[in-house]
Design a protein around this ligand. Sequence first.
Ligand code: AMP
Length: 396
Amino acid sequence: MQNIDNYNFSEKKVLIRVDFNVPLNDKFEVTDNTRISASVPTIKKVLKGGGAVILMSHLGRPKSGYEDKFSLKHIVKEVEKLVGQPIKFAPDCIGVEAKELAASLKPGEVLMLENLRFYTSETKGDLDFTEKLAKLGDVYVNDAFGTAHRAHASTTIIAQFFPKDKMFGYLIEKEIFSVSKVLKGGVSPITAIVGGAKVSSKIVIMEQLLDKVDNIIIGGGMAYTFAKAQGGNIGSSLVEMDFLETALDILAKAKNKKVTILLPEDTLAADKFSEEANTQVCDTNNIPDGWMGMDIGEKAIASFTNCILDSKTILWNGPVGVFEMNKFQNGTKSIAMAVAEATKKGAFTLVGGGDSVAAVNKYNLADKVSHVSTGGGAMLEYLEGKELPGIAAILN
Ligand code: AMP
């Protein structure tokens, strides 16, 4: 298999699928350029190797056809700033102009194509459309982890046109490497922290993790389904009554497999789902009627922190409380700080999927953990053990 480090890009036109689906404000300025800067190493590698770059991306969810607010022309300036050179722009991703611009591209130059999703053929994976895209370049590089779980034209179907000239960019390489470091070659003790709102959305991941980790820390709204399943009083906390048995089943399987499950001993409960709520700390199994668990309590923070600091490999998926409200952020903030501290002590730490990524960003700890995943849904499916079409298309 080719890889970006040993491939000779000299004189090649390299189609790179990037994920430039960035947020814009009402003046069409990029408000968070993380996704663009994440692909810069791949772009620069190709340029340095003597190739020309053709960038393909989607932006937002246009219905069908051109919509000015979703035009990638709005982000050209930001890409120029981050790549450090002028970027040419093709106002249609296929067609005569794109073909001519691509054909006249010289080594060291960069061309960005207009939003792929102005064609519904992109998400449908239409073969004619894909072939038109493929003909613009000699090499295909996939660096868009966020869409790797979709079998779209530019993320998956296109790879077949480059049987000998397809590879991952650095960003996807790092995502794949990080997950395998946790789930395949992790150094023990391995701990997964699973939070977020619902048990139902994390079941498959937890089942997977039971075979791979030593400890699972459970926090967030889902902890109350576990507490209820074990006979606790959880007041009006979030609960999924259909998943009580599933929760018990996970606890039983964990016991069999000698995986330690840590549930929050205490809870910060509120009398309404609001920043203005009254609060009290109570035993997670004894929350008064009318009160709901919004964050983990101090005892839980202490025991979760101990477990995290003792771990050598850590995966964190989902906040342990309603951290968007400052009143209920203490647990999530403490977990984020513990994960950063463990990293400093030498642990490999991956923060991926869901709002835990937003949490490490909120506390400015993104550069204090080993890897923060860029792909929410893609990371979840990858952790669930599913084969992602965008990844399979390069590997097979
Ligand atoms: P997820 O996307 O599954 O990672 O869920 C993230 C959401 O779970 C966040 O918006 C949190 O506010 C929410 N959440 C965390 N803890 C709780 C809780 N105790 N009660 C209700 N929602 C929660």
